[in-house]
Design a protein around this ligand. Structure first.
Ligand SMILES: [Zn+2]
Length: 254
């Protein structure tokens, strides 16, 4: 199977271990398990660290309560990363800017994001960036902190924005919404991404691809996203799997 999933929330899956054992028995590739709150890392490693294919990102999703309590939470996050056994944490995130939700303190949200960028620099880890309805603001922050590598996850903007993220050195990761009927602009953008910067993810349990829409997403559903991405890029599926695995290894897992 050799699929790579660069963004999943494994602790939110139903019967996660049943799913994962079946996937890994069938040869599924690596999964990056993503953090969203300041103190979820130790529990996720305890639960999923037994799978050699699973590695971890630790970060704080920019929900308003985290923004207002950002200094304390960023300190907790830093301590959790320091305390993790070596080799398990391979990225900082998810973190970023979300203006799809009501965000009462945008300056504070930026500070929380920048606290993650400081951790990425301190631990020499890539950043997993969540950016929704905030392309200009996200690009402004990343531009102010050159030399950081990372992933723009669940990419939701167009080609013009992608061009700038790529110039700044970031990888672009597409989720199951690539397969939705209205996603023509995403499909156009996917074609534009250079081979060595492309990643694919499920964002499980969110954003199930079109044929499973409305169900909780599972890492196994990523086959549909790979099939469409391969078709859009005029590539066979096995070649695309090797390409994504190599990109993810170079950035995250190697
Ligand atoms: Zn996520």
């Amino acid at each position: 199977m050799n699929y790579t999933d660069t963004h999943a929330h494994l602790e939110r899956l139903e019967e996660a271990h049943t799913q994962l054992e079946a996937l890994f028995d069938a040869g599924f590739g690596k999964i990056l398990d993503i953090g969203t709150v300041c103190d979820d890392l130790a529990g996720r490693i305890a639960e999923f660290g037994r799978y050699p294919e699973v590695r971890f990102a630790a970060g704080i999703w920019p929900y308003p309560q985290a923004v207002s309590d950002r200094e304390r939470m960023a300190a907790v996050l830093e301590a959790q990363i320091e305390a993790a056994p070596p080799g398990f944490v391979v990225a900082v995130g998810e973190c970023g800017l979300d203006h799809h939700q009501e965000q009462p303190d945008k300056a504070g949200e930026r500070e929380l994001f920048e606290a993650h960028i400081a951790l990425a620099a301190r631990f020499d880890l890539p950043l997993v960036v969540h950016s929704r309805d905030a392309p200009t603001e996200t690009l402004a922050v990343l531009r102010d902190h050159p030399g950081i590598r990372g992933i723009i996850h669940c990419y939701s903007y167009g080609v013009e924005e992608a061009r700038v993220f790529l110039e700044l050195g970031y990888h672009i990761s597409f989720a199951g919404n690539l397969t939705y009927k209205k996603s023509d602009s995403l499909r156009e953008t996917l074609r534009f991404i250079p081979d060595d910067r492309l990643l694919l993810e499920t964002d499980s349990p969110f954003l199930a691809p079109q044929s499973h829409r409305g169900q909780p997403c599972r890492p196994g559903f990523i086959a549909e996203t790979y099939a469409l991405a391969a078709e859009l890029r005029g590539m066979d599926r096995e070649t695309l799997k090797e390409l994504i695995a190599a990109n993810a290894d170079a950035l995250l897992f190697a």
